[in-house]
Design a protein around this ligand. Sequence first.
Ligand SMILES: C=CC1=C(C)c2cc3[nH]c(cc4nc(cc5[nH]c(cc1n2)c(C)c5CCC(=O)O)C(CCC(=O)O)=C4C)c(C)c3C=C
Ligand SMILES: [Fe+2]
Ligand SMILES: [Fe+2]
Length: 333
Amino acid sequence: MNLGSPDSTEVKDVKRYLDEFLMDKRVIDKPWLLRFLLIKGIIVPFRAPKSAEAYKAIWWEDGSPLIVLSKQLQEAVQKKTDLPVELSMRYGTPTPEAAYDAMLKRMPDVEEVILVPLYPHYAMSSFETAVEHMKDAHKKRNYAFTLKVVPPFYKHPSYINALAESMRPYLQEDFDQLLFSYHGIPERHILKSDPTKKHCMQVENCCFKSSPSHPTCYRHQVTITSELVAKKLGLRKDQWQQSYQSRLGRDPWLLPNTQVRLPELPKEQVKKLVVVCPSFVSDCLETLEEIEMRGKEEFIENGGERYTYIPCMNTSELWVDTVLQLVKETIEQ
Ligand SMILES: C=CC1=C(C)c2cc3[nH]c(cc4nc(cc5[nH]c(cc1n2)c(C)c5CCC(=O)O)C(CCC(=O)O)=C4C)c(C)c3C=C
Ligand SMILES: [Fe+2]
Ligand SMILES: [Fe+2]
């Protein structure tokens, strides 16, 4: 399951998509009435025309890159297994019900379905909402099969290896810094997802101190991904840094912010920059438009000389094998 995209780049379709996405209580976690007024009255009317333009800049002949690449991943995984593999989106189509029904049509006696949320890291606005949405559809339709979920795989050796190997060719030319740019989330979401309510962002160096909060801590998980990938690639600590992109609204989000760092970096003598976005496994609006296109402009306009964007793993063979490995391990659990 991936996030989903609008049906087209027309403002009405982008509006419908943003409405569904941002009315999700795990994304905009405000009381319903406030969320309704904010989304319908301010955010969607102002954002939809701008988002539609952004989607137009990256749209492919056969549709949204996120949908096309997710389908290609499904097909690549399917080629390597006899089990039926179906695709669902959290917002828009294909819906969970469509994916479950397609699976049942191919295997009427299916006993167990394994859900692979296509997010390496846990966040209530990505992993958690995907899982809850699939569970809701499962319960509502009273399907006879059980549902099992592949947990966040941010430190799984197979994922780290697949990600590192997808990056390696882009690091052959000399570079000043590698930037790991992760999708941001509000700081409040980190506090909400901390079951101890006293560790995340409250204890000094919280991400590096062992805690029961880590299985649901986005900041810890993305930090570990960066550390492990950098180690696998043999990078020194002073060769890379981490930031968070795609901020929405005025609440405090995780820092540092990618959009703030990109124009700052050339002034810190970072002239040759390589950027990777490991919170996304398939390229999408947030990687292609925000980072590959706009990010490059910002960096070069502010004195940068070379900007290299590393594509997501998309359908790389090691990533396809990782998906199968994660499913196998979950079945055996
Ligand atoms: C990778 C995981 C993601 C997290 C965590 C996440 C949190 C989050 N996102 C928004 C707001 C928007 N995100 C948008 C696009 C978008 N977000 C993700 C993934 C995560 N979001 C993806 C894969 C995409 C791309 C979709 C595509 O069609 O390509 C958008 C829509 C586009 C735009 O107008 O920028 C919004 C809005 C919030 C508020 C949030 C956490 C609270
Ligand atoms: Fe997002
Ligand atoms: Fe944490």
